[in-house]
Design a protein around this ligand. Structure first.
Ligand code: ADE
Length: 356
C-alpha cells in the first residue's frame, strides 16, 4: 500500500508553535516523518477504536468477497486520534493505494477534478478537514461519490458544452473535527459515519510501548502508564511525549525510562497529571478568576487569552469536556468543581455549588 500525500497537505499553522507537543492539530515536517515511520499498517498492529475496527473488518471482508469497492467512510472527532492512520490501514487491508489531500488544498474546481481523474479503480481518496470543502468542490463531489462521474463544462456562454466523464469506482474517506459543519447532502453520501473516541490509559500505554519498541527505547510498564495519563487520550501526543521523555532519559540518566523519570520529564514540559498544558490551565484560570466560574462565551475567552477560538473549540475543549473540567451551556462555558479542585482552588461557594 502506498500513501500519496498532496504537496499542500497539512501545513503547520503559524499560531500554533507555542506548545506543539500537546497540540495534536499542528504537525511539523519532522513530526510527520516520525509519525509516518511508526504508523501501524494493519488491523493487527492498530491499537484502540475497537468498535470501529470490528465494523471495518466486516465491511472490508464483505466488499472483498463481493469484489466491490468499499463504501465511502466519514471519520470525525478531535485531532490526533488516528483518522489518517486508519485510512492507511484500510488501504493496506484492501490492497489499494490511498491518495491523501485536505479540503483547503482543493480550492479551485480543477484541484478536485484533477485528483478525482487521477484515481484508479478501487483506490482511496482521503480528504482531511472535509468540512472546509467549498460549495463548488462539494457539488463536483456529489455525482462522483454517488454514480462515479464528473460533468465538465467547456467553452463560454452560448458555446458552453458539458462533457460527462466516467470515473473509476473509488472510496472516499473524509475526516473532520467538525461533523456538524458538514452539509447534509455531503454527509448523506457516506455509507459509514463514525466518531473516533479518545483513547483509554490502557490503550495509550500499549501505543507507547509499541512506539518505544520501534524506537528501541527501554521503558517499563509503569512509565508507559505515567506517559499515557498525560497524553490527553490522544496517540499522536503519546508518541511525541515518549520521544521527549526518551531524550530526557538519555541526557539525564542512562536512557532507560521508568515512571519517576517520565514524570520528571513531563513536569519540565509543564504538562500536568491530567495532560493539561499551560493553554488549558490559563483557560480554566480565566473562567474561574475573571468570570467567577462562568458561564462565559468562547469568543470572550479566546480574546482574553489571545488564542484562536477555533483552536480552543476544536482542540482544548473536547478534552476539557471529556475530563469533566468544563461544561458547555447555552450561555457559555463554565468551570466545574473538578476544575477548581484540579487547579488547587478552595471549594466553590455555596451559591456556585448549587448551580451544579
Ligand atoms: N500510533 C498512533 N496511533 C496508533 C494506533 N492506533 N495503534 C498503534 N500505534 C499507533
Amino acid at each position: 500500500m502506498s500513501i500519496i500525500a498532496d504537496d499542500n497537505d497539512f501545513v503547520a499553522k503559524k499560531d500554533d508553535v507555542k506548545n506543539p507537543v500537546t497540540k495534536p492539530e499542528v504537525i511539523k515536517e519532522s513530526d510527520r516523518a516520525f509519525e509516518n515511520s511508526i504508523r501501524p499498517q494493519t488491523f493487527d498492529s492498530y491499537i484502540g477504536q475497537s468498535a470501529l475496527l470490528d465494523t471495518l473488518k466486516i465491511t472490508i471482508e464483505a466488499s472483498k468477497k463481493r469484489g466491490k469497492t468499499l463504501d465511502h467512510l466519514l471519520f470525525y472527532g478531535p485531532p490526533g486520534l488516528g483518522k489518517t492512520t486508519l485510512a492507511g490501514v484500510i488501504g493496506n487491508e484492501m490492497g489499494v493505494a490511498v491518495k491523501i489531500t485536505s479540503a483547503p488544498a482543493l480550492e479551485r474546481p480543477r484541484d478536485i477534478i484533477g485528483i478525482l481523474m487521477s484515481l484508479e479503480e478501487g483506490q482511496i481518496l482521503f480528504i482531511d478537514e472535509i468540512h472546509r470543502l467549498n460549495k463548488v468542490a462539494e457539488e463536483i463531489l456529489y455525482p462522483a461519490m454517488e454514480d462515479f462521474y464528473l460533468d465538465m463544462t467547456t467553452g463560454k456562454s452560448q458555446t458552453v458544452k458539458t462533457l460527462r466523464v466516467t470515473l473509476p469506482k473509488f472510496t472516499l474517506i473524509g475526516a473532520t473535527t467538525k461533523a456538524g459543519e458538514l452539509s447534509g447532502p455531503l454527509r448523506d453520501r457516506f455509507g459509514i459515519i463514525h466518531r473516533l473516541q479518545f483513547y483509554t490509559y490502557e490503550e495509550l500505554a500499549k501505543v507507547i510501548k509499541r512506539t518505544a519498541d520501534l524506537l528501541e527505547v527501554d521503558i517499563d510498564n509503569d512509565a508507559c502508564y505515567a506517559i499515557a495519563r498525560r497524553s490527553r487520550g490522544t496517540p499522536r501526543i503519546a508518541n511525541r511525549l515518549i520521544k521527549r521523555v526518551s531524550d530526557y532519559a538519555i541526557v539525564k540518566y542512562d536512557g532507560k525510562i521508568n515512571a519517576d523519570i517520565s514524570n520528571e520529564a513531563l513536569d519540565l514540559l509543564h504538562i500536568d497529571e491530567f495532560g493539561l498544558d499551560s493553554t488549558d490551565r490559563n483557560l480554566l484560570n480565566l473562567i474561574i478568576e475573571k468570570f467567577d466560574g462562568g458561564p462565559v462565551g468562547l469568543e470572550t475567552i479566546a480574546a482574553a487569552l489571545g488564542e484562536d477560538s477555533r483552536t480552543l473549540e476544536d482542540v482544548c475543549e473536547p478534552y476539557l469536556l471529556q475530563c469533566g473540567l468544563i461544561q458547555r451551556t447555552p450561555r457559555g462555558r463554565k468551570a466545574t468543581p473538578e476544575a477548581y479542585r484540579h487547579l488547587g482552588y478552595k471549594s466553590l461557594n455555596l451559591e456556585q455549588q448549587s448551580l451544579f
